[in-house]
Design a protein around this ligand. Structure first.
Ligand SMILES: *Cc1c(COP(=O)(O)O)cnc(C)c1O
Length: 828
């Protein structure tokens, strides 16, 4: 193992400060995932939206002592290198040109210390699934180390490779790139001996000039492999591999290849195929029927054949393959509990990531874990469960429920309150809901343990309609807007109205994790609720009531002051301590004519502020009335210039600078030159680009889904629903679905206006929308009771649906009723 000083040599870096030459045990790139302070080496990486140098002081406080940095002056408060010693007397600092490159060098060196075979996987789709399945299929023969989840980036690959130890006999790592020049770096770290090229997407990818260039770049991963597995039916991939003269093993469904699929058929939810390999014929039954899974399986088949796994054995292993769950879901549960449902493969690195997520949930103080036996081939049980116990300990979990004979066998290793059950059924028989109160519970179980049964036991009564909130899409949208901001522009995010219907706490917590600068709610209660659930970001409250100011002080919420009356109420509530500071935000009316001070109020306002030094004006802002529509550009410009003039007077009178802001989501897109000190992002975060010019760049965040309760035939001449509005002019099939106007499905969607999607088929409403249900005309469609229905989402877009009934997406989103269960998910 390397020591800190060795790393200095390896990277040709500059040892700014060396206090103790530690062994490098854990590498850390994200301060929020700190688990082992004393033995972690932190790499301060400058990302597009964040700079790791910002978090060094915080990490030092938490016990981290080893740092790789690019520039000591990028650490807040450090003006010169010699100030490091005063601020961080016990720390080591290594300065390098690029912290990321240093991390990559370190992990490449680590990789080179092991002679094990390593398989690298790249391609447009299927990398993670192929990796997970191969690891499952080879687990009887090998002790596999692999990328956790889809850790395949410039940072993810080093973190994956860092896991290799002397116990492993095979590495399987995925590599993903988004631009030229990246693959060479990943290749140097993975140093693969074999490879799989899964496929290539036809879509024109940003970052590459052409499809050919993208393939050529990806092939750099395989320049030294002994064998590259691929499907030769992907013609451009095949041609490029032949031209690059990479030793290969091909498979094909249509032409001669090393492994030839001769024929195939779908039967009983399986894909059956006959294949030829080395003059022999074999058959294989695969427990999936969709094209993507079949292709992924055939890549794996090729690998198993070459490794000479006997055919009957191959068949057995394939039948046991289970789908790879990529999602981690967050849902409400009984007695004020929350579930983190992570059915991704239950191995050590997966557990570690899930525990990081659990640690970052601030909503309940108490944290529990329900954990099954782990699948981990690289370690003895003894070592494995010691490491599990260590992970549980460092993440400060309050209680553990172990399910399975193996984890139960090692129960003495766990030092926290714990209960153990032989299997899921034993747990369920003994399940008493009262034992779970106000805690966040991580469920992490290998698939054979069927934790979905535990999930339903913990969940509140399920109503057939859910709003699924895709947190990855939300982060994508956040970054879309961030990319438009000047580096110094701050970002305030509006989480009013239950975060536009999406769910306040989860969204706020995610935004806090992604380090936005400010949150805004409409009413004091919304802010108080966020504080009670552990949100610590500054929060502005737009409509404080005159009697709410003491509460606001108590919860450190910052009021928007929009009138002399409200200012008066705020001043009355100030404590007598002259050193007390109350942060406030001034709203200026420049043309919206909703809330805000007008020009004529300013003199009195200034006099009051001058007489009340306890009030600290943090920001001054105004709101554009027509930023979403180009036809109002002139008026927007007028508002902006009025605002600049007014805010100038504010600053001149106060004698200090305030944060100035006027742009909402549409404004960020339309008036990038007026970002000033901060912008206020709202609807765009939730996937609606209000100017309509860049909608394609955003991802859908919310999907409202329900299920079919019943399908029935009605004869010609019958009618459907209240007031007999739905008329069957011919015999019809009708489906009743579990959503009505009480869920927020507007009554105006009745009688054919509303359209939904069922298994890829469009259907329209028939008759009036009822309170809890409505009916669809599904004549001629392939649907049955229990089928999932997309009410709006990826395909039935909220923008289109809003236009149909003459409203705006804002209204549809915020109308989704509180009784509709929200499920949050992320792929991590
Ligand atoms: C809601 C709101 C925003 C955000 O508007 P979007 O159109 O959703 O981006 C910004 N500022 C104020 C004052 C708001 O009330």
């Amino acid at each position: 193992m390397l020591r800190f000083k060795d790393l200095a040599e390896l990277t040709h870096g500059n040892l700014l400060q060396l206090k103790q030459d530690y062994l490098i045990q854990h590498v850390l790139t994200d301060s929020r995932k700190l688990a082992h302070p004393a033995s972690s080496l932190f790499f301060a990486i400058k990302g597009s939206f964040n700079d790791g140098h910002q978090y060094i002081a915080n990490l030092y406080k938490r016990g981290v002592r080893q740092f790789v940095i690019e520039d000591s002056r990028a650490i807040p408060g450090i003006k010169q290198t010699d100030a490091l010693d005063r601020a961080f007397p016990e720390a080591n600092f290594l300065q390098v040109n690029s912290s990321l490159a240093a991390l990559q060098k370190l992990t490449a060196y680590h990789r080179s210390q092991f002679a094990l075979p390593v398989m690298a996987i790249t391609g447009s789709n299927g990398k993670t699934i192929v990796k997970e399945w191969l690891a499952q299929l080879l687990s009887p023969d090998e002790r596999v180390v692999k990328s956790p989840r889809s850790y395949n980036s410039q940072i993810g690959v080093p973190l994956s490779v860092w896991q290799i130890n002397q116990n492993h006999t095979l590495g399987i790592f995925e590599a993903g790139i988004s631009r030229i020049g990246e693959m060479e770096k990943l290749t140097a770290i993975i140093q693969p001996t074999e490879g799989i090229f899964t496929n290539i997407g036809q879509a024109h990818a940003q970052g590459f000039a052409s499809l050919e260039q993208k393939i050529t770049e990806k092939l750099k991963l395989f320049k030294n492999v002994e064998c590259l597995y691929y499907c030769r039916d992907h013609v451009p991939v095949h041609e490029a591999i032949v031209a690059a003269k990479i030793p290969a093993f091909t498979w094909s469904r249509h032409q001669p290849a090393d492994l030839r699929i001769v024929n195939s058929a779908l039967q009983n939810n399986h894909f059956a195929c006959k294949f030829q390999y080395q003059q022999q014929t074999g058959t294989l039954l695969i427990p999936f029927t969709d094209e993507a899974s079949i292709e992924n399986c055939l890549h794996c088949l090729a690998v198993l054949l070459v490794r000479q796994v006997p055919l009957p054995e191959i068949q057995q292993r394939f039948l046991k393959l289970s789908p790879v769950a990529m999602r981690l879901e967050m849902k409400e549960a009984i007695n004020g509990c929350y579930l983190l449902d992570d059915s991704y493969n239950n191995d050590l690195s997966g557990l570690s990531i899930a525990l990081d997520v659990l640690q970052n949930q601030t909503r309940t103080v108490k944290k529990s874990v329900v954990l099954s036996d782990l699948l981990e081939s690289g370690l003895s049980e003894e070592v494995l469960y010691s490491q599990v116990a260590e992970l549980i300990r460092v993440h400060r979990i309050d209680r553990l429920i172990g399910i399975g004979l193996v984890i139960g066998h090692h129960k003495l290793k766990f030092e926290l309150p714990a209960e153990f059950f032989a299997d899921t059924n034993e747990f369920l028989i003994n399940f008493n809901p009262d034992n779970y109160q106000q805690e966040t519970i991580l469920l992490k179980g290998a698939r054979i343990f069927e934790f979905e049964k535990i999930v339903s036991a913990f969940q509140r009564k399920v109503h057939g309609t859910v709003l699924e909130v895709n947190l990855d899409a939300l982060v994508h949208n956040l970054n879309f807007y961030r990319a438009k901001l000047a580096p110094e522009t701050k970002l305030m995010v509006m989480v009013k109205a239950f975060a536009y219907g999406s769910g306040s706490y989860e969204i706020a917590n995610l935004l806090q994790f992604h380090r936005v600068d400010y949150l805004t709610v409409a009413y004091p209660d919304e802010g108080i609720s966020l504080r009670r659930h552990g949100i610590s970001l500054p929060i502005m409250v737009m409509s404080p009531s005159p009697d709410s100011f003491t509460k606001l002080q108590q919860y450190q919420l910052e009021p928007e002051i929009y009138s002399l009356e409200i200012l008066e109420a705020c001043m009355k509530a100030l404590p007598s301590d002259p050193n007390y500071r109350q942060n406030i935000h001034l709203k200026l009316d420049t043309g919206m004519h909703r809330l805000g001070f007008t020009e004529t109020d300013l003199e009195v306002l200034f006099a009051r502020l001058a007489a009340t030094p306890q009030l600290q004006v943090i920001s001054a802002f105004s709101h554009l009335a027509g930023a979403d529509e180009a036809m109002y550009n002139d008026f927007s410009q007028l508002q902006i210039s009025r605002f600049r003039a007014m805010v100038q007077r504010v600053e001149n009178t106060l004698g200090y600078k305030v944060i100035k802001h006027i742009l909402n989501s549409a404004g960020i897109v339309r008036f990038p030159e007026h970002q000033m000190d901060m912008v206020r992002l709202g609807i765009g975060l939730y996937g609606v680009e209000a100017t309509g010019t860049e909608q394609d760049a955003l991802r859908t965040v919310g999907q409202l889904k329900t299920t079919i309760s019943q399908v029935k035939g009605v004869a010609a001449g019958e009618t459907v629903g209240y007031s007999r509005k739905g008329i069957a002019d011919e015999p019809k099939q009708i489906a009743t679905i579990a959503i009505g106007y009480a869920d927020g499905y507007d009554r105006r969607f009745g009688n054919g206006v509303g359209q939904v999607l069922i298994k890829g088929q469009q259907a329209a409403t028939i008759g009036n929308i009822c309170m809890d249900m409505c009916m669809l005309d599904v004549t001629g469609l392939d649907v049955k009771a229990g089928d999932e229905v997309e009410v709006f989402g990826e395909n039935i877009t909220i923008g289109k649906m809003a236009r149909k009934i003459g409203t705006i997406p804002y209204e549809l989103l915020t109308n989704i009723s509180g009784r509709v269960k929200r499920v949050f998910y992320a792929e991590l």
